[in-house]
Design a protein around this ligand. Structure first.
Ligand SMILES: [Zn+2]
Ligand SMILES: [Zn+2]
Length: 141
């Protein structure tokens, strides 16, 4: 599915191709902190389909659970997180879209819940989503 989206201040706009089967929510501690919420909606995309149609993101390199470095892409003005690029350790070929920034997010219900090992205790499992303690092999958040 083709998705389009933008950051809060609209300095940055993007388009990309997403596989709706690879959309999930991530309960890892990094996503909780960086989203300011209980979890973050994430979706695996082929990085070759990602195109910025307005502006360019700021980057921050974080160390992933795998030990590899993942580059976070966000708006340098309003701070909205947009993407994470594949890790330099090749643990995954996917980039990760922060799905709620897309125009299509309501049509992309989560199929996976990952990093349930750090899920908040008061949240029930989501209907229709597979719960994983950490990361299934085909995804990375
Ligand atoms: Zn912005
Ligand atoms: Zn995460």
């Amino acid at each position: 599915m083709q998705v389009t989206g933008r950051c809060f201040c609209e300095d940055i706009e993007y388009e990309a191709e997403i596989d709706p089967a690879l959309v999930g929510v991530c309960h890892c501690r990094d996503c909780q902190v960086m989203s300011g919420s209980a979890f973050r909606m994430v979706g695996a995309i082929d990085p070759s389909t990602l195109r910025f149609t307005r502006g360019q993101p700021t980057t921050f390199d974080k160390t992933a659970d795998s030990g590899g470095i993942r580059r976070m892409l966000f708006c340098g003005r309003c701070g909205t997180h947009l993407f994470a690029l594949p890790g330099n350790d090749s643990a995954t070929p996917y980039a990760s879209l922060r799905v709620s920034t897309s125009d299509q997010f309501d049509r992309l219900p989560p199929k996976w819940e990952v990093y349930c090992c750090s899920k908040v205790s008061w949240l029930e499992p989501l209907d229709g989503a597979v719960q994983c303690d950490r990361m299934p092999p085909s995804l990375d958040a």
